[in-house]
Design a protein. Structure first.
Length: 422
């Protein structure tokens, strides 16, 4: 019998949550086949089998937290797939039930013997994960009365929670247990839905709060006239797409402008390590992408060496990978500065939060036509965008941040020069 364990994932990742099993008990797998999808702090990764054989046991269910080195499944190299393992599965199921019966008996020693026998006999017919059985005991829920959502009939913890929610008796025992816990949950008189936070969302929350506590973060604002960029895009977009196979978007202009400004104001491309400033001489620009699982920031490597088409292709590629949950660790690590575009959702103005350990982030916003006073005193309606740069005041002085943003504004308002300089 061989074991499938959580392998070393990356230097900064030591644990994850089982997002989805790609195989089930009794399935035949080959060495190298993916067996489970693991959700980590940064990306979802597939864990492959190191052996060829039949899955005989699933040790951890979907939603369980696991660490590097944990056994998540067992595999029989000499086993037969599907129906031939039914007897073995039945034995393992009984063994699993016996393990769960021990603590259950301790809790019910003072109960009448006839009720104990009824309880044990009814539960023998129920297929449930260990976590579900444990939660059912805590909530005093009868497993035999729960309707599982799993097509295979296996009861999971969320089924137990749903059954507990359906029972609205005010004198319920679990309510007393919850009240006695230090981390008391707020109760509501009106309908609510409790959804467990994903590991990635918990990590995002933790990192954002940590930045607020550790960085001296300030934000400075300016506005940019988008007239010339929109004119240039209108003139070149068809030829650009025919030649390069990708659309000429706004992000390539902003990325190149940011790189140009970082070269003039290098402290915004730095970070603090102990008592040293690490000033980076390379330009890996993070581009924030919104996904169903939260915000991720894949990195455009060596953006200073890419032309407009190269930037657009890389951003498109990273965005597709992010939404398909196919980003690798290398796609997310090592950025030196970040750009986030809240304007795609209609944001007029915001104060973006730093992506630690970076010390600068540029926020783009919605483009709105507004009347503007021209140098000759006339009034024209122009497409305007508010820009925001948040920065770590421990490294970057206010004057430097303001000049950095002004330089970005100047380059964006003269995109022809920016395009020629590349």
């Amino acid at each position: 019998m061989k074991e499938i364990k959580i392998p070393e994932l990356a230097e900064s990742i030591t644990e994850g949550t089982i997002a989805e099993w790609l195989v089930k008990k009794g399935d035949k797998v080959e060495k190298g086949d993916p067996v489970v999808e693991l959700e980590t702090d940064k990306v979802n990764v597939e864990v492959n089998s190191d052996h060829t054989g039949v899955i005989t046991e699933i040790v951890h269910e979907e939603g369980d937290d696991v660490e590097v080195g944990d056994i998540i499944a067992k595999i029989d190299e000499n086993g037969e797939a599907s129906g031939d393992t039914s007897a073995e599965e039945a034995k393992e199921e009984k063994a699993e039930d016996k393990k769960d019966a021990a603590p259950q008996q301790e809790e019910k020693q003072e109960e009448k013997s006839n009720s104990e026998q009824e309880s044990s006999s009814s539960k023998q017919d129920v297929i449930a994960s260990p976590a579900a059985r444990k939660r059912a005991r805590e909530l005093n829920i009868d497993l035999s009365k729960i309707s599982p959502r799993d097509p295979l009939g296996r009861i999971r913890p969320e089924d137990v929670e749903a059954a507990a929610s359906a029972s609205s008796e005010p004198s319920q025992k679990p309510a007393k247990k919850e009240d006695s816990k230090p981390s008391e949950k707020t109760t509501f008189d009106k309908p609510v839905e409790r959804v467990k936070m994903t590991r990635r969302r918990m990590t995002i929350a933790k990192n954002l709060v940590n930045v607020q506590h550790t960085a001296a973060m300030l934000t400075t604002f300016n506005e940019v006239d988008m007239t010339n960029i929109m004119k240039l895009r209108s003139e070149r977009k068809e030829k650009f797409q025919d030649k390069h196979g990708v659309k000429l978007g706004f992000m390539s202009f902003f990325t190149k402008a940011v790189v140009g400004a970082l070269k003039e104001f290098p402290l915004l491309n730095a970070e603090i390590q102990d008592n040293e400033l690490v000033i980076k001489k390379f330009y890996d620009i993070g581009v924030a992408v919104s996904t169903d699982d939260g915000l991720v920031v894949p990195v455009v490597r060596d953006a200073d060496r890419l032309d407009f088409a190269g930037v657009e292709k890389e951003i498109k590629n990273l965005s597709v990978k992010a939404r398909d949950k196919k980003l690798g660790m290398n796609d997310l690590q090592g950025g030196t500065f970040t750009i986030t575009n809240g304007g795609t959702f209609g944001s007029m103005m915001s104060t973006p939060i730093l992506n630690a350990p970076q010390v600068g982030i540029l926020g783009m916003h919605n483009i709105i036509k507004r009347p503007m006073a021209m140098p000759d005193g006339s009034i024209e309606v122009r497409p305007m965008m508010y820009l925001a740069v948040s920065y770590d005041h421990r490294i970057v002085d206010g004057a430097e941040a303001v000049q950095f943003l002004v330089r970005i504004k100047q380059m964006l308002e003269d995109p022809y020069d920016l395009l020629l300089e590349g």
